[in-house]
Design a binder for this molecule. Structure first.
Ligand code: FES
Length: 153
């Protein structure tokens, strides 16, 4: 861990010190601050919260929300929940994977895009939905997917 990462992890720990069951909140905060949860953060968090490394590691790996490596410059989240499934999000997801040459939870070799599944973006009326860098899009087609990612560098 570099000094910046260590500081961010310590700040995350301090923000939740003394609260019950803070592990999930600390992990969320570390990911918000660093963009991912580095492997080297696991022993630091385990020690500070007085839980085992295995427990911290188990939570990080169980929840797909937590990234274990840095994300690409653009994070594309494709909804996989029920309303979007009814509107063929699987086909959109396959298209996105083919187009970018990566699977879900992966980042392109040039560090440009990360592709992630999400489970309901609250945009069910405009399924299938996706988010790019926190911005929501609805009724996404393979064509509009291509148009939306083309200008991203
Ligand atoms: Fe996809 Fe709700 S199910 S936005």
């Amino acid at each position: 861990l570099n000094d910046h990462a260590r500081e961010q992890i310590e700040a995350s720990l301090a923000a939740h010190a003394g609260r019950p069951g803070p592990l999930l909140q600390v992990l969320h905060e570390v990911q918000d601050r660093l963009g991912y949860v580095p492997a080297a953060a696991v022993p630091v968090i385990a020690e500070a919260l007085n839980v085992s490394r295995a427990e911290v590691h188990g939570v990080v790996t169980f929840y797909h929300h937590f990234r274990q490596s840095p994300a690409g410059r653009h994070v594309i989240q494709l909804c996989q929940a029920e309303a979007c499934r009814a509107m063929h999000c699987e086909q959109l997801t396959q298209h996105a994977q083919r187009k970018l040459g990566i699977g879900l939870h992966e980042t392109t070799a040039d560090g440009r895009y990360t592709l992630e599944p999400v489970y309901c973006l609250g945009n069910c009326a405009c399924s299938p939905a996706m988010m790019i860098d926190g911005r929501l899009y609805g009724r996404v087609t393979p064509e509009s997917f291509d148009d939306l990612i083309a200008p991203l560098s």
